[in-house]
Design a protein around this ligand. Structure first.
Ligand SMILES: Nc1nc2c(ncn2[C@@H]2O[C@H](COP(=O)(O)OP(=O)(O)OP(=O)(O)O)[C@@H](O)[C@H]2O)c(=O)[nH]1
Ligand SMILES: [Mg+2]
Length: 452
């Protein structure tokens, strides 16, 4: 971390401006070699968080640029940062970078600026990962969630949880030092209560994480059913464009068609599949095999059936096998002459639909929302966990805490219990990055973009 790194922070291509970022102890000197400020006095004043107009000049280039100065330790990385806003030609940007590299800068690895911010204690891992989520957010709830994490509301919860585990550990250590039988009984009860309290808090966070994960990643949503029931018509209606071919010939769709859509704030990754039946030719059979496979990987299955018709064995099979991830859409209600009788097989939800008359879509949206937002987590009022790595670390912590509780109930000695509590502490610390291996850090930050 003692060198100065440089990268293009904007996407490479033609744009009105490009932003080149430099961070490190020599950033100021490197810039000064090629920058001729318009107002030398202001530039020399070293005032922090200031913008400077001037000319960036090298042997074979010159550009009028604006340079932003953010000095250590108040900057994003905690180091001296200079941001060059140059004109948006990719060649020009590349030239400026080359010129700075010649002056001593090193081209940054992906995520290296954020990694420095983390290592300098400016942000924790939750916040670093939230930046990436905010950049890739495609719905307003996903953006809100990432922003809340970036502001540290989730970190505060994890830090509190970590503190409670540290208190438990301190309590056990004291118990080990003063082992007296009558005190021991009382202490075991207190310890049991305290571990249970921590478990309750982590369970709360993990329940909310189901919503968080969906808001962050979206739902893998497979549209399935037998041929000609209106699957591709439903896809087109949800996308509001004629994406898939629709005909009244059964077996129209062969290959999977994948598109994403924002339905009431939830990102659905839709997969339209071939109608399930005994395929007539090899191509159709291959499509049908893909449809079955897609069901396996789905978070949500929209099973389209024809309203008023009895269920086929394949439809029954899908409901029975994938029960809680199925919503049955009884389509073509416009063709019915009498009132539709809905007869669920189990606990699956049925929604009457007419794609051509655009009826039933609100109901579908409500049902999906109901599944995403568990009643106990009302929208985004609470900070939610959403990142798989963070969720899995907390799950591991929960598992060892349960083991500790069990060991306590079985009358195991305190030092054995303390081993589990220590492990729990380590897993919770992994969430914020307070205790994390170097190679894990490498993996996390390598997923970031260059210049971030
Ligand atoms: N009356 C009526 N017809 C519909 C409705 N939805 C779809 N259709 C018609 O049903 C026929 C089949 O529609 P598709 O969307 O191609 O059906 P599919 O399920 O994708 O069929 P395959 O790709 O063959 O599996 C078309 O003629 C559609 O216009 C509806 O709500 N009401
Ligand atoms: Mg189709």
């Amino acid at each position: 971390m003692d060198d100065t790194i440089i990268a293009l922070a904007t996407a490479l291509g033609v744009a009105s401006i490009h932003v080149i970022r430099l961070s490190g102890p020599e950033a100021g000197e490197i810039i000064a070699r090629s920058f001729i400020p318009k107002n030398l006095l202001r530039w020399n004043s070293k005032d922090n968080f200031t913008l400077h107009l001037g000319i960036f000049k090298d042997e074979d280039i010159a550009d009028e640029v604006l340079i932003g100065r953010m000095l250590a330790p108040a900057s994003f990385t905690g180091e001296d940062i200079y941001e060059i806003n140059c004109h948006g030609g990719p060649w020009l940007a590349q030239k400026i970078i080359t010129c700075c590299v010649r002056a001593g800068a090193r081209v940054a690895q992906p995520g290296e600026f954020s990694k420095r911010a983390f290592l300098n204690g400016k942000i924790d891992l939750i916040q670093a990962e939230a930046v990436v989520d905010l950049i890739s957010a495609r719905t307003s709830d996903a953006a809100k969630l990432a922003f809340a994490q970036l502001r540290g509301s989730l970190s505060a919860k994890i830090v509190a949880l970590r503190q409670e585990i540290m208190d438990i550990l301190a309590f056990i250590e004291a118990g080990i030092d003063f082992p007296e039988d009558d005190v021991e009984e009382l202490d075991r009860l207190t310890l049991n209560n305290n571990i249970t309290k921590v478990l309750y808090r982590s369970a709360e966070l993990l329940t909310g994480s189901k919503t968080g994960k969906i808001l962050r990643e979206g739902l893998q949503t497979v549209i399935a059913g037998r041929p000609n029931v209106g699957k591709s018509s439903l896809l087109n209606a949800l996308l509001q464009e004629e994406r898939a071919i629709v005909t009244d010939i059964p077996g129209t769709t062969r290959d999977e068609i994948r598109e994403s859509v924002n339905l009431g704030g939830i990102l659905l990754h839709l997969v339209d599949t071939a109608g399930i039946r005994v395929g007539e030719d090899l191509i159709e059979q291959m499509g049908i095999a893909r449809a079955w496979r897609a069901l396996e990987a789905a978070d949500l299955i929209l099973l389209v059936v024809e309203a008023g018709h009895p269920l086929t064995s394949d439809e029954v099979n899908i409901i029975e096998n994938y029960g809680n991830k199925v919503i049955v859409l009884a389509n073509k209600t416009d063709l019915l002459t009498r009132k539709l009788q809905l007869q669920p097989l189990r606990e699956e939800v049925w929604i009457p639909l007419s794609v051509v008359c655009h009826q039933g879509f609100e109901c579908l949206e409500q049902e999906i929302k109901k599944r995403v937002f568990a009643p106990e987590c009302d929208s985004l009022s609470e900070p939610l966990l959403s990142n798989v790595r963070q969720i899995s670390a907390l799950e591991k912590a929960e598992k060892v805490l349960r083991a500790a509780l069990q060991a306590l109930e079985n009358g195991f000695p305190w030092d054995i219990i303390s081993i589990d509590i220590r492990k729990a502490l380590q897993h919770v610390s992994e969430v914020t990055g307070d205790d994390v291996q170097e190679d894990l850090l490498e993996t996390i930050f390598s997923r970031f973009c260059i210049g971030k």
